[in-house]
Ligand binder design. Structure first.
Ligand code: HEC
Length: 151
């Protein structure tokens, strides 16, 4: 019985938390949804997306796998014949990236998963350890994004 009631308290708390975050979303002006998450859309569009499109020696480009596989990191497929995402696609990507980009957290999969294990990354990534060290400028861009850098 004691157990059941603590579950109920937990459920009530969750409901409250959900209500609080909903009202936050509703009160925020549409254009600043990025501000409410701490992630900057312009920085994402102009600096982060190119990281996903760049070929690294010995590796496949992020965009090749992550538009087609079912990993939590998912990107919109490029329009055939085009080498970059358009505005609408970039906005979709920005929404999708929030599954693996936790504002302010260096545990975000987007920074840990493609980073070499000896550099502090995860031990295995289907797309390989594309960044050998945290000094890699492209990795630094991913980190800056997580840390809320503005364009
Ligand atoms: C050869 C295909 C391939 C390429 C290229 C690739 N990945 Fe992946 N990625 C995978 C697969 C498969 C998974 C799911 C299995 C796993 O976790 O390794 C994955 C998972 C992920 C995840 C999700 C981790 C999680 O579980 O939340 C992230 C983030 C990620 N990749 C980032 C990247 C980044 C950034 C690049 C480019 C620098 C990249 N990947 C390139 C195949 C790829």
């Amino acid at each position: 019985m004691k157990r059941a009631s603590s579950y109920m308290v937990a459920a009530a708390c969750l409901a409250l938390a959900a209500a609080a975050s909903l009202s936050q979303v509703q009160s925020a002006p549409a254009a600043s949804s990025a501000a409410s998450t701490g992630l900057d859309y312009e920085f994402f569009k102009t600096k982060v997306q190119p990281v996903f499109l760049t070929k690294r020696t010995g590796h496949t480009r992020c965009v090749v796998c992550h538009t087609t596989n079912n990993a939590p990191f998912h990107l919109v497929p490029l329009t055939p014949g085009s080498t970059a995402w358009n505005e609408q696609q970039s906005r979709q990507n920005f929404t999708l990236i929030q599954r693996v980009a936790i504002p302010g957290s260096m545990d975000s999969p987007i920074v840990k998963h493609p980073l070499a294990e000896q550099a502090g990354g995860d031990p295995h990534h289907g797309g390989a350890q594309q960044f050998e060290s945290q000094a890699d400028p492209a990795w630094q861009t991913l980190k800056a994004f997580i840390m809320g850098q503005k364009a």
